[in-house]
Design a binder for this molecule. Structure first.
Ligand code: SAM
Ligand code: SF4
Length: 385
């Protein structure tokens, strides 16, 4: 077997080299010496494909109410310490309009998993309003958990185009250990939801939590293979972070130290960039929470999306997934200026005014006979991505 570092050097020089499961595990488990060749290979792959650009995606945390009870998440249903809120559509539109004026062209609406008709109607109304205001110039991304196929179809037809649903872990047994075994937290249902999204025109995003108790390097390598097999268009992967109001906090000493979780996350980003050169990968808030240089390090590992938070502060303080979640108080314009400077410090270029469609999606839609630009079935314009 060729040495991993030789393979990585070959990848950096532009050769076609495949990484096997053993290589992925080695890259995750090796000492710090592997990081130079690994990040160089990931950067070279990104440079040759998607280029140096970094896209902006503004997040609005629409609601912190959730019907689920994931063992790792501070918003879980049974955490009594959460002041629950749901923004009204007008507040959401104001936050989006603010982002639009600052040059953002892609927005992520995120919330707990809520199945009520009223909530879905409100999100549909927001999507329709965005479509009528900004037409085909905006990309609306949803991250609202597992929803039934007919609801996802409605959201898509109202103007949703991209959907993010992390599988959290590709290992069914491990999934069972970090979720209640109660019939509504089923790995197979999450996987089926992702496959529905993938086959019905959505730009499909997924990802995993990195560094939670019991997780092994081999399982993380399996996660990368799962994401490749699903053929995702976008990815958000971040380190697990403790939260006092969650069951997983009780076994926190079984997780790797925080610095190790950052290291593992960066290596996962770099490996995924090599495996999937044309997808979008975000430098997540969780990564930036555990490391003040999380944005720069994420970009150097191969990420190409930066996500300013547009949630009004009075709500943002209650969207506590984990301890220490960054609550930036800067105004949006200075946040973008600062983001630009930080991107340039690692020789990357922030691209405001660009919705940032991943090359991967255009190519797969063209192969499927759809519009390369991203129009979902139904061929409508606006809001999709
Ligand atoms: N409810 C939707 C869902 O679960 O897909 C979307 C919102 S949920 C808060 C978004 C992501 O937050 C989850 O997919 C999970 O990976 C991440 N998350 C939750 N708790 C976390 C924690 N303690 N540390 C890091 N990330 C966490
Ligand atoms: Fe709810 Fe999502 Fe948190 Fe799970 S991760 S408890 S689905 S908000």
């Amino acid at each position: 077997m060729r040495l991993l570092e030789e393979k990585l050097d070959d990848i950096a020089s532009g050769h076609e080299v495949s990484l096997e499961r053993r290589d992925l595990v080695d890259a995750l488990e090796s000492g710090p010496g592997v990081e130079g060749p690994l990040f160089r290979a990931a950067s070279a792959v990104l440079e040759r494909t998607s280029g140096p650009g970094v896209y902006l995606r503004g997040i609005v945390e629409v609601s912190n109410a959730c019907q689920k009870n994931c063992f790792y998440c501070g918003l879980r249903r049974d955490n009594p310490g959460v002041a629950r809120y749901t923004m009204n559509p007008q507040e959401v539109m104001e936050a989006l309009a603010h982002g639009w004026r600052a040059g953002l062209r892609s927005f992520l609406l995120q919330s707990g998993e809520l199945l009520g008709d009223d909530y879905i109607d409100e999100v549909c109304a927001i999507l329709s309003e965005c479509r009528s205001r900004w037409g085909d110039s905006v990309r609306m991304v949803l991250s609202m958990g597992e929803l039934p196929p007919d609801v996802l179809d409605r959201l898509r037809d109202a103007g949703g185009g991209r959907y993010l649903l992390r599988i959290e872990t590709s290992d069914r047994e491990l999934y069972g250990r970090i979720h209640p075994r109660d019939g509504i937290h089923r790995w197979s249902a999450r996987d089926a939801c992702l496959r529905h999204l993938r086959s019905t025109g959505w730009q499909t995003g997924s990802g995993v939590l990195v560094g939670f108790p019991w997780q092994t390097a081999s399982e993380l390598a399996g996660d990368l293979e799962y994401l490749v097999d699903l053929d995702i268009d976008m990815c958000g992967m971040g380190p697990w972070i403790e939260h006092q109001g969650t069951p997983l906090n009780e076994v926190r000493e079984q997780a790797p130290p925080r610095a190790r979780r950052v290291t593992l996350t960066l290596r996962m980003i770099a490996l995924l960039r090599i495996l999937m050169p044309e997808i979008n990968i975000s430098a997540t808030t969780a990564l930036q929470t555990l490391d003040p240089r999380g944005l720069e390090k994420g970009l150097e590992a191969g990420a190409n999306v930066f996500m300013p938070n547009l949630t009004p502060l009075k709500y943002r303080v209650n969207y506590n997934l984990y301890e220490g979640k960054t609550v930036v108080v800067d105004d949006l314009e200075s946040m973008i200026r600062e983001g630009k400077r930080r991107c340039e410090s690692v020789r990357r270029l922030l691209l405001p005014d660009d919705p940032g469609d991943p090359l991967h999606y255009g190519r797969r839609r063209a192969a499927e006979g759809g519009k390369p630009g991203g129009a979902p079935p139904g061929d409508r314009i606006g809001g999709q991505g």
